[in-house]
Write a protein that binds this ligand. Sequence first.
Ligand SMILES: [Zn+2]
Length: 448
Amino acid sequence: MPASESMPLPILLPDQPPFNLRARILTPLAAGGHRFEADGLLTVDAAGRITSVGSFADTPGLGPVFDLRPWLVLPGLVDLHVHLPQVPHAGLGFGTPLLDWLRRYVFPLEHDFTEAVAEVVAPAVYRGFAAAGTTTALMYGAVYEPSLDAAFRAAEAHGIRAVIGKVMMDRLTYDETLRPSEVLDLSLRQSADLCDRWHMRDNGRLRYAFTPRFAVSCSPEMLRESAALAKAKGAYWQTHLAEDRAEIAEVARLFPGARDYLDVYDQAGGLGPRTILAHAIHLSDREVARLAESGSHLAHCPASNLFLSSGIMPLGRYLEAGVSVGLGSDVAGGPDLSLFGAMRVGGYVQNALKVATGDPRPILDPFAWLRMASFDGARSLGLEDEIGSIEAGKEADLIVVDTARTAPPAAPALDDPAEILSTLIFRSHPDMVRGAWVRGRRLDGPPG
Ligand SMILES: [Zn+2]
C-alpha cells in the first residue's frame, strides 16, 4: 500500500494572507442563526479580509488552496474579561470569598507585576490565548504604567487583538506609597497617556480600556473622571459589578447616596455602549432594566463565579430583558483560559439553575454558547462589523479545530454541526485548536 493511502498527509496552515482555505466551516451569522459548510471554501485577500465564504463545489477556478479537511474552521473567540497579571495564579484559592481572595492571591501578584515580569508573562499568555482559540481579549493589567507598555508591545508583536487597561485604584489598593489624592491624579494621567500611545494602534487591532477595578477600590472622583476620559478619547470603560454579596454590602456602605450597585457607575457617567461590566450576578430588576436601556455590556464569567463561590448569574432573565452578554474566562478568578471551558461551565450552571429553581426558560444550545463567545463578544466591543463571525467583508480572525482531538479521544465522525460543537464544548482537549489567525496572520501558540 502506498504511504499516501496508509498515512494522511500533514495539514499545512497558511502564515500570511492572501490564502484560500478548504475545510468544514461553522459560524454564527450577524443577521442571526448560523452557517455550516460540510465542505466549505473561504477566501482571504492580501489585507486579511474575508472575500467569500461558500461551498467548495460552488466556487469555481481559484488558485492554490490549503486543504484543512476534516478540521473545522470557527470564528476566533472573544474573551470579554481576563486579568493578564493573574494568569500565573490560575487555579489557586478555590472557594475563597472575593475580597479575601483579592488580598491573599491577587494583590501580591499584581504588586509584583513590573515591566520585567510583564515582558515574560504577556507573550506566554498571548500564546496561551491563541492555543485556546481566543483571538481577541479584553484585559485588565496591573497599576504600573511601564508594565502596561510592555503588555501592549508584546501584543503588537504577537498579533493578537487586544484591549488592555491599567487598573485604577485610589482606595483598597496594593500601592500604599502614595496618598489617595496623588494616586487619583497619577492614575488618571498615566491612563490617559497609555490611551494616547496605544488606542487604535495597528488600525485598531490594539485598543485601550479605562479600567477602574471596582467601586470598592475607587473614589467617586476616580469613577467619574475615568468615565469622562474614556468618552473623550473614544476608548472603552470596564469594571466589575455585583460579583459577591460581601462586595455589594461594602459598596452600599461606601456609596450611601446610590440606589444600588449599578447606580454607583450610572452616577459616575460610566454606562453606555462602550462599557463592559464583568460578572453582574446579583442584580435587581431595576438594574437589569437600566443596563439594557443604557446599552452597556456584561461579561459573563461562569467558571470564575463558581470557583470563587460568587453565585449563579440568571442569564436567561438578563437575555430576556435585552441585556447584551458576552463571555469571559476571568482568569485567575476562573481557572481556565479556554472559552470552550467557559461555555461548558456556563451550560452546566444554567442547567443547575433550571433544576434548582424550575426556571421554565429553555437552556441555551451549543450554537448560542458559540455566539456568545464570538459574535456577542465582538458586538460588546463595537466590532461586530469587523470580527465575530465568518462572513464576506469581515477581517479574517479565525481558528481551526481538529474535531477528532477531543478528550476522551476519537470523537465519532459526526456531520451534524450541533453535535460537533457539543463535543468541542463538552469534550474539549487543550490541543484541539490547531491554528489561529488575526487578519489572516497566523498567531504563535497552537500546535499547528
Ligand atoms: Zn475580574
